[in-house]
Design a protein around this ligand. Structure first.
Ligand code: NAG
Length: 351
């Protein structure tokens, strides 16, 4: 989609302080559904879960990913799932063979596209109201989950371990201790080189990450002390209250990305924007496209973006009224058609 001449692109890149090529390495979308029924305080109602799997009577999340990869060139997908589901409500217990087997259908479908596949534990750092490592739920409960998942997927180089979706209202220094324990558990289980995503507080918002979460998490390290493939996990929405619940966008988020990029650069680290998005509206096409454009010019510190969301957002608890941030592609007559925001920005800015 870039229409610049080489010279003007280089000039623009120099002005913006960009490094390397003109686009990020990774772009994709969340394939939601295994997380439906989860609340921000970690409550989970399994009956509301809506696996994006035809085998479970749900939407064809695997077909969606195949379309996004083959027709759109996307190369990263995030697969949210409830912690309770993977261990069948047994906190600190073993993976549930049946439930993990069903989730693994989605994981294998993703791996089959050749993309990076993020396992996202979508629990807001909580198991019901208990905060991991801080009240009622131990760090060991979570590191045990990650040890088992890492053991299962250690031979798959395209698996990314997304430690936790959107922590909030917790002590960031204690949280950093929990994050370190999970990284250690994953590496000790033999997943020695895959990317691990490190989330911070305030729902891991881009804004403010450089001043609070970043400094607390910057020391998290691999077994040998290196920070290789430990990538910060950040989210950003562009509506009036930054919540991602409105169809109209009011800002493009570039100021926050800029602030974080300076910090990343000075620490020689990278971040992934694993949730962003907006409605299929003119205001969001303007702002989301501007946000992603900016990331392309700062691909030295931003690995890429993963939009929110496709998967099951036209079924289950979200059937009937259209979901505000719906990026589910429509399938008809042997052909997939993308939502406007998807084709214009999420895909359009990756070309
Ligand atoms: C989670 O469950 C607790 C206990 O039943 C309840 O008090 C709380 O309101 C629930 N939270 C949400 C967001 O539904």
């Amino acid at each position: 989609m870039y229409r610049f001449s080489t010279l003007s692109a280089l000039a623009a890149a120099a002005l913006l302080g960009a490094t390397g090529a003109q686009k990020v390495q990774r772009a994709g979308v969340n394939i939601a559904g295994f997380d439906f029924g989860m609340t921000i305080d970690g409550n989970f109602t399994q009956s509301q879960m809506q696996p994006p799997l035809k085998s479970q009577g749900g939407p064809d999340g695997i077909g969606q990913m195949q379309h996004f990869a083959k027709d759109d060139g996307l190369n990263i997908f995030r697969l949210p799932v409830a912690w309770q589901n993977l261990v069948n409500y047994d906190l600190g217990g073993s993976l549930d063979t049946n439930n993990v087997g069903i989730y693994d259908q989605l994981v294998q479908g993703c791996l089959g596209t050749g993309a990076l596949c993020i396992i996202d534990i979508h629990n807001y750092a909580r198991w019901y109201q208990g905060i991991v490592g801080q009240s009622g739920v131990t760090t060991q409960d979570l590191s045990s989950l990650w040890s088992q998942l890492a053991s299962k997927y250690r031979s798959k180089s395209n698996i990314v371990f997304g430690l936790m979706n959107e922590p909030h209202d917790l002590d960031i220094n204690e949280w950093a201790t929990t994050v370190q324990a999970c990284v250690t558990a994953i590496r000790q289980a033999g997943a020695t080189s895959q990317i691990i995503l490190l989330p911070g507080l305030d729902f891991t918002a881009v804004g403010g990450f450089a001043s609070v979460s970043g400094p607390a998490l910057v020391g998290v390290h691999n077994l040998d002390g290196s920070k290789t493939n430990l990538v910060f996990d950040v989210h950003q929405y562009l509506d009036s209250d930054n919540s991602g619940t409105h169809t109209e966008c009011t800002h493009n988020g570039v100021n926050s990305l800029q602030e974080l990029s300076v910090w990343l650069q000075s620490n020689s680290r990278m971040a992934l924007l694993s949730e962003t998005g907006g409605g299929n509206t003119a205001s969001c096409e303007t702002d989301v496209c501007a946000e992603l454009d900016w990331m392309n010019y700062h691909n030295g510190v931003y690995l890429g973006w993963v939009a929110w969301a496709a998967g099951s957002f036209e079924s289950g608890v979200f059937s009937g009224d259209r979901y505000e941030l719906d990026l589910v592609p429509e399938y008809a007559n042997g052909k997939w058609t993308d939502k406007p925001l998807m084709s214009t920005c999420v895909v359009g800015k990756f070309h």
